[in-house]
Design a protein around this ligand. Structure first.
Ligand code: NAI
Ligand code: MG
Length: 334
């Protein structure tokens, strides 16, 4: 029986770039059974809900989801759909790899970094949000648990081990945020001792940002808390040519959602201008999760080849071609 995968085409450029990824998966011989469901603005227009129950059911039932970007309406009362999904399905690990491809306009060509971001706690736990009645004060609570910290740090080391990576850097701010970041760092040091074959480093987040810009080759796997991970992983995407090249996986105990990290790009939606690499690379992450590394490697190689040759790339990569041309070029290489 073929593996069943939930697909959310999403809003804006979503349907076009998700279509590219599926064509490429088919070309490389992946015989998946796709179940298409809606979320975001597309779902709101059809059903009156941003996250309809049948979408939630499909995500749960199939365990694996490939997702295009979703537009969250900027109106009071709508919480971010992505945050809701992470909470509902316990997707505690956000994995954001960035890799240099020759031929992009990025500053570096030797980058291979994975940020492992804790996805449910810290400043984004949503706890204790308060604004005083006269609007002069606001507060929110950051919460780190030992269990949450252990789980994410161990995840990072296991990933390093599995992928033959050499180093894990814990990024923190324990010198100032003594309780929360302090606990995270303490746990990171404890777990590090269980993995003597992997080099362990720790770095304060601001220093890490500077170092990432100046000497990105010093980093391999980064593990960090929610807010720092959000920021640091976008910085990393900038090192390899921007959001069009950045995929992300949200992983929990028995559910995983693979997506582009960028949004629905309304400014270029429907114009055949989007770079589909982000979702293509998200599908590569999905194949690796499924243990299909042979197919994953083939896709990365074909994509790298198209980008390096530069003859049919999208505008953000310095080319002048559309989403469909770019996709066809990858398919021809396969
Ligand atoms: P955005 O990421 O959609 O766009 C930022 C800039 O990057 C735009 O100039 C866009 O054209 C460009 N861009 C993004 N992806 C690209 C691609 N694949 N190829 C070429 N250029 C690309 O961010 P923005 O405009 O702030 O958000 C638009 C909508 O997306 C909002 O409704 C926001 O809530 C939503 N959003 C959804 C996310 C998700 O579903 N994971 C993540 C971030 C934003
Ligand atoms: Mg972000």
């Amino acid at each position: 029986m073929s593996t069943k995968i939930t697909v959310i085409p999403g809003d804006g450029i979503g349907p076009d770039i998700v279509d590219s990824a599926i064509k490429i998966l088919t070309k490389v011989g992946c015989d998946f059974d796709y179940e298409f469901v809606d979320a975001g603005l597309t779902a709101l227009e059809k059903t009156g809900e941003l996250l309809p129950q049948n979408t939630l059911d499909a995500i749960k039932r199939n365990g694996i989801t490939l997702k295009g970007p979703l537009t969250t309406p900027v109106v009071e009362g709508f919480t971010s759909i992505n945050v809701s999904l992470r909470k509902q399905f316990g997707l505690y690990a956000n994995l954001r790899p960035v890799k240099s491809f020759k031929g992009t306009q990025a500053r570096y060509d030797n980058i291979d970094i994975i940020t492992v971001r804790e996805n449910t706690e810290g400043m984004y736990s949503g706890l204790g949000q308060k604004v005083s009645e006269d609007g002069s004060e606001a507060e929110a609570m950051s919460k780190i648990t030992r269990q949450g910290a252990e789980r994410i740090v161990r995840f990072a080391y296991e990933l390093a081990q599995r992928e033959g990576r050499k180093k894990v850097t814990a990024v923190h701010k324990a010198n100032i945020l003594k309780s929360t970041s302090g606990l995270f760092l303490k746990v990171a040091r404890e777990i590090a001792e269980e993995y003597p074959d992997i080099e362990s480093a720790e770095m304060i987040v601001d220093a890490a940002c500077m170092r990432l810009v100046m000497n990105p080759e010093d980093f391999d796997v980064i593990v960090t808390t929610n807010l720092f991970g959000d920021i640091v992983s976008d910085l990393c995407a900038g090192l390899v040519g921007g959001l069009g090249m950045a995929p992300g996986a949200n992983i929990g105990k028995d559910c995983a959602i693979f997506e582009a990290v960028h949004g629905s790009a309304p400014d270029i939606a429907g114009k055949n201008l989007a770079n589909p690499s982000s979702v293509i690379l998200a599908s590569v992450q999905m194949l690796e999760y499924l243990g299909m590394s042979e197919q994953a490697d083939k896709i990365v190689k074909a994509l790298a080849d198209v980008i390096e040759s530069g003859d049919r790339t999208t505008r953000d990569l310095g080319g002048s071609h559309g989403t469909t041309d770019f996709t066809d070029a990858v398919i021809e290489r396969l």
